[in-house]
Design a protein around this ligand. Structure first.
Ligand code: PLP
Length: 264
């Protein structure tokens, strides 16, 4: 069958190809440490599995639910961000989708028009550029200083900003570098984004997995103005070892969340 140009233009996932290669080498008896897909090395906690089993037995999931997620789940997401990041959202600012990847795809579909530019720091998780391209946008790659763990600065951003720039994507802590932006670094980037009305897409899916005194912080907790300029993307995949459950979410501007709900 003929496939669309849109999908033919999408590159094979380099992550999945590399992880298949690691599996093939392991099958040949070679000792391989696979740093490919981001998976926790512990199972989903029993207390989570138990309530999910109860929900199925109680027929809670038999019928269509709210497109943007059941209110109880959206409230739990709001509560957890209040507790961990000290930020306030209401449940109409939450969109729950089938994993953060689906949420990001939907987000780019609602934010990006053909030709719009999205600034993407390198190195980056491979799906980001494909999502931007599928929305007919243009990823604008920016490389930060290797001595600063490739983190980008306002100068780096200003060097590539044009009147077509609609968003900047910051993945902190980063896949693949692990680098986490400090609160001061986020404040500087956030104020730049507010000044130029550029949306910050903050992929914080690894924000609960920080070690060795690394400061855990969210873009949303830098200032109220920056929170309002930011769409937070997070989910349960990494934090709770639930990659197979496919639950991710976005938090932020109500109009964007409503548009994502319309798209879903
Ligand atoms: C930076 C980043 N964002 C999003 C995702 C997707 O997460 P999910 O399993 O919730 O789709 C991944 C998965 O590897 C990731 O590394």
């Amino acid at each position: 069958m003929k496939l669309s140009k849109r999908i033919n233009d999408v590159a094979e996932s380099a992550t999945l190809a590399a992880s298949q290669k690691a599996r093939d080498l392991k099958a040949q008896g070679i000792d391989v440490v696979s740093l490919t897909v981001g998976e926790s090395d512990f199972p989903t906690p029993k207390y989570i599995a138990d309530v999910a089993i109860d929900a199925i037995k109680n027929h809670d999931a038999d019928h269509y639910t709210a497109t943007n997620g059941i209110p109880e789940l959206r409230q739990a997401i709001v509560d957890s961000h209040k507790k961990l990041d000290k930020v306030d959202y209401d449940i109409n600012q939450v969109f729950v989708g089938a994993g953060a990847k689906h949420v990001l795809y939907t987000l780019f579909q609602v934010l990006v028009d053909p030709g719009d530019e999205v600034i993407l720091p390198v190195p980056y998780w491979v799906s980001f550029s494909e999502h931007i391209t599928m929305a007919e946008g243009k990823p604008v790659f920016v490389k930060g200083d290797p001595d600063n763990l490739y983190k980008i600065t306002v100068d780096d951003l200003e060097a590539v900003r044009t009147d077509k720039t609609v968003a900047v994507l910051i993945n902190s802590p980063s896949n693949p570098t692990g680098a986490a932006y400090t609160k001061e670094e986020k404040l500087a980037i956030g104020n730049w984004a507010v000044e130029h009305n550029i949306v910050i897409i903050a992929d914080e899916i690894y924000s609960r997995l920080v070690y060795n005194q690394t400061e855990a912080n969210s873009f949303a907790s830098t200032s109220d103005e920056i929170r309002d300029q930011t769409i937070i993307v997070n989910g349960v995949s990494k934090t709770y070892a639930m990659t197979g459950w496919r639950i991710g979410y976005a938090l932020g501007n109500k109009d964007v969340i409503t548009a994502m709900t319309k798209h879903a």
